[in-house]
Design a protein around this ligand. Structure first.
Ligand code: ADP
Ligand code: MG
Length: 237
């Protein structure tokens, strides 16, 4: 069996799509294959992350190759790092280019948790990572907001776009986390308006959840181009 197929089999990774980039063997490959900066590898080590989880092995190379993906992997399987790591690598360093990346989470608690995880992973680099809090959404005039990564619920983002002149037209990376919940009836319209506001034609989108109902897969396919589908099975070790 070829190497990629072996790695996928071992880690219970199933992909569909054309020319799917090779899964990672280890974190060191991030440096050898993609020139990953030392601070990230160091942060992984400091956090006690010895090897990538299955979703990280496959999603990271896909995003680093500039491909979109939608991924289904169990709760607790490290999906946050799977999208934050390539985002930090692609953003390279802080810049004042408006809002550069957006992560949408279905609840305020998940958004706050994701922001904390992002900051841990970015430690040692001066990225500007911002959580859309109640205060922020109330007080700010967003027209001149510079922010490398903005994390929010769809409700607060939609409000900021409509009432606070938040400009998402330069966003290069958009993540829809827990997308099965985001696409539940009461959120779908808000998510849709955020997706539309991220109008940069070269945007890279990705979508994560623990389950992948047909309805979510259909929505994913309508908003993404040539996306790779990744499904990680429950691993019995
Ligand atoms: P999910 O979003 O898939 O439910 P999380 O991204 O919240 O999972 O990660 C679950 C836990 O696993 C977190 O505490 C995270 O810090 C930890 N984690 C992430 N990647 C790794 C790794 N490669 N090795 C060990 N632990 C990890
Ligand atoms: Mg998660």
């Amino acid at each position: 069996m070829e190497r990629d197929a072996l790695v996928r089999k071992k880690h219970n990774i199933h992909t569909s799509g054309s020319n799917v980039p090779s899964p990672l063997q280890d974190f060191a490959e991030l440096k050898s294959r993609y020139g990953c900066k030392r601070y990230l590898i160091r942060n992984f080590a400091e956090l006690g992350f010895k090897e990538p989880t299955p979703i990280q092995r496959q999603a990271i190379p896909i995003l680093l190759s500039g491909r979109e993906c939608f991924a289904c992997a169990p709760t607790g399987s490290g999906k946050t790092l799977a999208f934050v790591c390539p985002m930090l690598m692609k953003l390279k360093q802080a810049s004042k280019d408006g809002v550069r990346a957006v992560i949408i989470c279905p609840t305020r608690e998940l958004a706050a948790q994701t922001a904390r995880e992002c900051k841990k992973l970015a430690k040692g680099k001066k990225f500007y990572i911002k959580l859309m809090t109640k205060q922020l959404v109330k007080s700010a005039d967003f027209s001149k907001l510079h922010c490398d990564i903005l994390i929010s619920t769809p409700f607060r983002l939609q409000f900021a776009i409509r009432k606070r002149k938040l400009d998402l037209s330069r966003v290069e990376y958009l993540v829809l986390d827990e997308s099965d919940k985001l696409f539940e009836l009461d959120l779908v319209e808000q998510v849709d308006s955020v997706v539309k506001a991220c109008s940069n034609p070269s945007i890279l989108r990705s979508l994560y959840s623990a389950t992948l109902p047909d309805s979510v897969e259909e929505l994913a396919r309508t908003i993404m181009h040539d996306a790779v589908r990744i499904i990680v099975g429950r691993n019995e070790e």
